[in-house]
Design a binder for this molecule. Structure first.
Ligand code: ADP
Ligand code: MG
Length: 152
């Protein structure tokens, strides 16, 4: 499914819409170049999860965790320039298996082997300075249901 996003605020709005649909246990992989808008989308997802805290790029810390509504936790990973996730891979595996946690991953190449098949994959490409095209794919029961709700 393709979605056109005209500007940064619209990207946050889309993230918020996705965030309101989440129940915990979902895995969302974000793909796109630096500046594509991955973290901007996560900021919106956080709002939709009822998180007041400002989401910051976890590039240097790799992982940031936020408490959302209904006991749902947002765990945001960014493996930028990491070839080997090391011990983080074990931690990520536990996070993925936790049904109270929504896991969002930027630059997941280093952990491709542990990402579950059932995940929502959002590929973001820049069309112009402000315009982005999102290619959203699902690959299992949970992600399929989520994608259907996003399209509604
Ligand atoms: N449609 C858009 N969606 C998201 N970000 C946009 C858009 N148009 C411009 N931008 C800008 O692009 C940058 C995206 O940064 P960021 O979300 O951190 O990207 P990434 O995490 O993919 O590196 C921000 O400076 C933002 O203001
Ligand atoms: Mg980012």
């Amino acid at each position: 499914m393709f979605i056109d996003v005209k500007n940064k605020d619209k990207m946050k709005d889309l993230g918020k819409a996705i965030g309101t649909l989440l129940c915990g246990g979902e895995i969302i992989e974000l793909i796109g170049d630096v500046g594509a808008g991955k973290t901007t989308l996560v900021k919106g997802i956080a709002v939709g999860l009822g998180i007041d805290e400002n989401v910051q790029s976890p590039s240097f810390t790799i992982n940031r965790v936020y408490n959302g509504r209904d006991g749902i936790i947002l765990s945001h990973y960014d493996f930028y320039r990491l070839n080997d996730a090391g011990i983080m891979a074990n931690e990520l595996q536990e996070v993925i298996d936790d049904k109270n946690i929504v896991t969002v991953i930027e630059w997941g190449g280093a952990v491709a082997g542990i990402l579950p098949i059932d995940r929502l994959t959002i590929n973001i490409s820049a069309i112009s300075e402000y315009s982005r095209k999102l290619d959203i794919k699902s690959s299992g029961e949970i992600s399929q249901k989520l994608m259907e709700k996003i399209t509604e």
